[in-house]
Structure formats: structure tokens, C-alpha cells
Design a protein around this ligand. Structure first.
Ligand code: ATP
Ligand code: MG
Ligand code: FE
Length: 350
């Protein structure tokens, strides 16, 4: 089916169009620049920016795909999780389009869409897939028994998401917002072994053993790491020494990526999962891509990592999961649903 996908959960207004698992266009407008001076996304500003960007982005997407609105078979929209006001703009726009065109509307989970986007890069996803979802608001390891029918949470962060940790540490280091790309770049010139930062929830009391798992065997924690970086910076400042910013960035990144990949691979091997998909905005990170590939290869896990433009928030991922949901024969969502800012990852669509 020809599916139009709409994404507005945070600061990206995304419109994607797919035919089955073939990408026709992925058009994104970001309000990032308007949030930079605040050091983070301001919900009210993001909502207004979606309102401004929606129609031009839609027009551009239809243009690029060479598709007319009346040719679309179904409309898919992010219904959560995300910022309430931002979600509302995309959902209202999607409902208006559905009414105007008479096409069925599907309310899609943004997190599962970060996984479903994998079909655009290599076709149908294997059954019994593992998904390592690393984004601005989430860090999770999932078992995707069926992309359109059964997603389970195996482990997650108990405090900050990885992307959140990148953004907070970048702020501490004075690297500006968004922090992820800045740290990624700077870390390439630093020594990842310069400072041994803590790896959260890796002590035996949390890990346990395969036979007797501890309380957080597949979980992560990044808030202690963030505090450790802040302490380290304070010590340099108190001593009046120049801050080795690149070494701190590289060492922080190594701590994040080491523990994410180690636990993801552990969860896969102990649960008979032989295929892993890496997704979410932080999957754009070069070191995370590299170490995940190395560790999966060492354990015989087949890894799929979508291109960076499909990892950060976009409409194509919503269209991609939407088209899989349509093909599964699921009922459309109707026009009565409301966005759910805290939609759980186990709820694939409404
Ligand atoms: P969620 O998907 O959990 O609702 P979100 O949609 O806001 O959250 P994404 O857009 O998926 O998050 O990811 C944004 C995050 O990715 C930000 O925290 C940003 O710093 C981080 N990020 C982007 N590029 C990189 C990179 N190269 N290295 C590390 N982090 C990155
Ligand atoms: Mg964003
Ligand atoms: Fe996202």
C-alpha cells in the first residue's frame, strides 16, 4: 500500500511516504534552531513550529514522491509517546487529512516506528527480532516477536535515557545543544581510556547470573555517570587545570556505549535472539554503531542498522510501520483517538 506517515512527537515535523517497504520520500523540518538558546526543546515553541511547518512539509513530500494526495491508500500518524502539544498538532492534521480524503487513519507508536523503519533498509524484519532502542527519551531492549502484533520489554533505563545523558553532559562540557552529535564528533579526537567512568548497574548484585538474574540484569542507569562527569569537571576547575574536554567526551561516550552494547548482547544471547536492530536517535552515534557491530559479530548475532537519516525522528518511520500494520489487516484507528504522551512501547498502534 501507498502510505503517508506523519511525525510530530518532538521538534521534528516529518512527512514520509512509502509503498510497502519501499521509501519514496522522507521530508523533515526541524525547529531545533529555535530551541538552541534554551538548551533544550521548549514544548510550546515546538507545537507552534509544527503548525507552521506542516503544510509546506506535506507539499514538499508529495512533490518529491511524485504522488497526489488522492492516490494515498492510508495515513499513519504518531500518537505517542512524546510532547502532548506537539503530538496534538500532528494528530489533528492527520485527522483533517483523513476526513478530507476519506482514507483510513492509523495511530502509530513512535518507539515501535523507530524499529519498524528497519523494513525500508533490507526488507521484511526477521521474526523473533531483538531491538535496541536508544533515543532522547528512551533506552530499551525489546523482543519483537511480531512487529505488528507483539513487542515485549526485556530491559530499560531506570533513570535517564542515553540521549538525555549525552545532552546533559554536553551542557556540562559547554558544547551546546543538541549534545549527542557534538560529543560524537569531539570524542573522535579524545582518548576513551583517559578516565574510567562508572558503568551503571553492572555490579553482581544487579546483574545476578543467567540462572538467577539480579533485579537489573538487562537494565541501564546513566544518572550516576552524568554526576561522575560533573564531579570530574569540578575537580579540574578547583585545581585550576585546563579541562581535557575531548578526553572526557570520549571516556563518557565509551562508558555509555560499553554498557549499552554489553547488556543488549547479553539479553539477546540469553533469550535465543539471533537478529538485532539498532534504532532511535542515538543510533546515529558512530561509536555505538561500531561497538554494537563488533559485539554482535562476536556472538553470531545478525545486526541491522538503518541509515542515520532514518534513525533520528522522521515521518518515513511512521509510514513504514503504518504500512506493515495496514498489511497485517488491522482495523484503522478511527477519528476519535487522542494522542497518548506516555504510550507504552508494548502498544504498537491504537
Ligand atoms: P524518543 O524517541 O525517546 O521519544 P526523541 O524522539 O526526542 O525521543 P530521537 O530524535 O530519537 O529522540 O533522538 C534524539 C537524541 O539523539 C538526542 O538526545 C540527541 O542528542 C541524540 N543524538 C543524535 N545524534 C547523536 C549522535 N551522533 N551521538 C549521540 N547522540 C545523538
Ligand atoms: Mg529531535
Ligand atoms: Fe524518537
Amino acid at each position: 500500500p501507498l502510505v503517508l506517515g506523519i511525525e510530530s512527537s518532538c521538534d521534528e515535523t516529518g512527512i514520509g511516504i512509502v509503498r510497502g517497504d519501499k521509501l519514496l520520500t522522507n521530508t523533515v523540518s526541524s525547529s531545533m534552531d529555535e530551541h538552541v538558546r534554551f538548551g533544550g526543546v521548549i514544548p510550546e515553541i515546538a507545537s507552534r513550529a509544527h503548525l507552521d511547518a506542516f503544510v509546506p512539509t506535506l507539499r514538499q513530500a508529495l512533490d518529491e514522491a511524485g504522488v497526489r494526495l488522492d492516490e494515498i491508500d492510508a495515513i499513519a500518524v504518531t500518537s505517542g509517546p512524546g510532547l502532548a502539544g506537539a503530538l496534538m498538532v500532528g494528530v489533528c492534521a492527520a485527522k483533517a487529512l483523513a476526513v478530507a480524503t476519506g482514507k483510513p487513519l492509523y495511530a502509530i507508536n513512535h518507539l515501535v516506528a523507530h524499529v519498524g523503519v528497519g523494513v525500508l533498509d533490507g526488507g521484511k524484519l526477521p521474526d523473533n527480532l531483538g531491538a535496541l532502542l536508544v533515543s532522547g527519551g528512551h533506552t530499551e531492549i525489546l523482543r519483537v516477536t511480531s512487529l505488528t502484533g507483539d513487542v515485549q520489554l526485556l530491559g530499560s533505563t531506570i533513570d535517564d535515557a542515553a540521549g538525555e545523558a549525552y545532552d546533559k553532559v554536553a551542557r556540562i562540557l559547554g558544547l551546546g545543544y543538541p549534545g549527542g552529535p557534538a560529543i560524537d564528533k569531539l570524542a573522535r579526537t579524545g582518548n576513551p581510556k583517559a578516565i574510567r567512568f562508572p558503568r551503571g548497574l553492572t555490579q553482581p548484585k544487579y546483574l545476578g547470573t543467567a540462572e538467577e538474574p539480579g533485579p537489573h540484569r538487562y537494565d541501564w542507569s546513566f544518572s550516576g555517570l552524568k554526576t561522575a562527569v560533573a564531579r570530574c569537571v569540578e575537580q579540574y576547575e578547583a585545581a585550576g587545570e585546563e579541562l581535557p574536554v575531548a578526553d572526557i567526551a570520549a571516556s563518557f561516550q565509551e562508558a555509555v556505549v560499553d554498557v549499552i552494547t554489553a547488556k543488549a548482547v547479553l539479553a539477546c544471547t540469553e533469550n535465543g535472539i539471533t537478529n538485532l536492530l539498532l534504532g532511535g536517535g542515538v543510533a546515529a552515534n558512530s561509536r555505538l554503531r561500531e561497538l554494537t557491530a563488533q559485539r554482535c559479530a562476536a556472538k553470531g548475532i545478525t545486526l541491522r542498522v538503518p541509515p542515520i537519516s532514518l534513525c533520528t525522528d522522521n515521518g518515513a518511520m511512521v509510514a513504514a510501520l503504518g504500512s506493515q500494520v495496514v498489511m497485517s489487516g488491522a482495523e484503522p484507528s478511527g477519528l476519535k483517538f487522542a494522542p497518548d504522551p506516555s504510550m507504552p512501547v508494548t502498544s504498537i498502534h491504537l
